[in-house]
Structures are given as C-alpha cells and as structure tokens.
Write a protein that binds this ligand. Structure first.
Ligand code: 3PY
Ligand code: MG
Length: 254
C-alpha cells in the first residue's frame, strides 16, 4: 500500500500501464511487466463495478498500484473504488474548483472531505485492519484531477489549490480538442505543448504531483524530461498490436 507514495517521495518516476480491457488473465499478463502501477479505465474502458473490484484485487496481488479513472462526475464510484482498494482516483474533466471540491468530498475522510466509512474490503486486501487503513490511507493514496480542457487550464490555480487534490493528470487528447476546437486530437501538438509544460511547472510550484498519459516511449521520455511524476505509456490496443506485430514481422513464410 505504501510503495506508490514511497516511490513518489523518493523522487522516482512512477511508470504505469493503462488498461480498459477487464479480462483477469490479460491484467495478470500486463502486471507481469515492469510497471509500478496500472490505470484501470472506467471512463473509456470496459470496467464496471464488478470487474473493477476484480481488477484492483488482481493488481494488488501482484504488487502493482491500482489507479482508477472513474467515469465523468461519478463521485459515488470514486468512493466505491477506494473502498475496493484503489490507491488513486483519477477524475476526468475537472474544470472548476467546484468540480475539484466534489471529488475531494467523495474521496477524502474528514476533516478534508466527507468520504463515508466503509474500508473493510480495502483494508483486508492490503492485510491491515480498518484503523490502520484510516491512519495510512489519506497519506498513501492520490486524488488526481484531470486537466484536459481550456476551462480547466483557465481555472488551474483555483483547482490545484483545493485541499485534498494531490495533483493533476494531463489528458493530452481532450486538451488538444478543447484548445483547437477540432474533434481530431493532436496530443502534445504545437497548439498545446506549451500549455502542458506550464501545467507541469505550476503544479510543481504548488507542491503537487503531476501525471500524464502517453501513447509511446518517445512521448513518455519527453514527459520524463519535463519532470512528470507518474507517466503511463501505451494502452490495450498498442500493447496487443505491438505484441502481435512482433510475432509476425520476422516471419519469412512464402
Ligand atoms: C486524453 O488524452 O484526453 C485522455 O483522457 C487520456 O486518456
Ligand atoms: Mg480525456
């Protein structure tokens, strides 16, 4: 339970996978690679309330930190995935300080938020009792607000100052869509790369953590160069297609 926080406290970059496919055998295979964490995606991926419980348990059993992206504005789900053992809640489209406060209210215990008491399942998953969980959890977990619209960028200072928000996760695709008003994403493209850099700097100046999504190692390395704390690389499609391509590209069948 403490490892994610320990890595961050030590200034290490946390490497994460990003999964929307729920099959337990698939998640076991992903968890077998050298990721520190795995994002389980309930916004655009297939996870529902049953598969997210199983997915979190699969990752915890393999020593990987379960980070969960909840669906849009689903504060009930935010509390529930923490009760199931998630170590981070990632909330999409946090555009205002009011959005951020609603997120914190559901995910942090008093006095910062109003998360309801019910941590027995999560505590059992980590092999501790409920009291230990209450002592440790707020300290060991992350509440991350996704910054992925022009509105969020305009309200960035108010969002990042909300007590209980531990940091942000940059969604580069939606950010580019919002800034360009063009439905075709241009992640980390010319219209938004300076916005991304500015968000990282301002987040660090506020003493909070930065996280970002990337699709390939080149972009992940670029984010690492910016000092982003938690970097996801790839998604289901790229993991599967690169693996398949690796198998067939070297064939010399006639
Ligand atoms: C985005 O790029 O908009 C994301 O939400 C990353 O999945
Ligand atoms: Mg997005």
């Amino acid at each position: 339970m403490r490892r994610l926080k320990q890595l961050l406290d030590a200034g290490k970059t946390v490497l994460s996978a990003w999964c929307g496919i729920t099959d337990p055998r698939y998640l076991e295979a992903i968890a077998g690679h050298s990721f520190d964490a795995v994002v389980l995606d309930m916004q655009h991926g297939f996870f529902d309330e049953t598969s997210i419980q199983n997915g979190i348990a699969t990752l915890v059993a393999r020593g990987k930190a379960p980070l969960v992206r909840i669906p849009l504005a689903r504060w009930d789900t935010a509390s529930r995935v923490m009760d199931f053992g998630a170590l981070a809640v990632i909330a999409p489209m946090i555009n205002t300080a009011a959005d951020a406060r609603a997120l914190v209210s559901a995910t942090r215990f008093v006095p910062v938020g109003e998360r309801s008491f019910g941590p027995r399942h999560a505590a059992a998953l980590y092999g501790i009792d409920s009291n230990e969980y209450l002592d440790e959890f707020d300290h060991c977990s992350l509440v991350l607000a996704m910054i992925e619209t022009r509105e969020a960028y305009n309200n960035f200072d108010e969002i990042i100052e909300v007590e209980g928000i531990d940091g942000v996760l940059i969604g580069p695709g939606d950010l580019s869509i919002s800034f360009r008003q063009n439905r075709i994403p241009d992640a980390y493209g010319i219209d938004t790369i300076d916005v991304v850099k500015d968000v990282v700097i301002r987040c660090k100046n506020a003493g909070k953590k930065t996280a970002a999504f990337s699709i390939n190692p080149e972009v992940a390395n670029m984010l690492n160069g910016l000092g982003v704390d938690i970097i996801s690389v790839g998604v289901d499609d790229s993991y599967i297609s690169c693996g398949v391509e690796d198998h067939i590209s070297g064939l010399n069948f006639r």
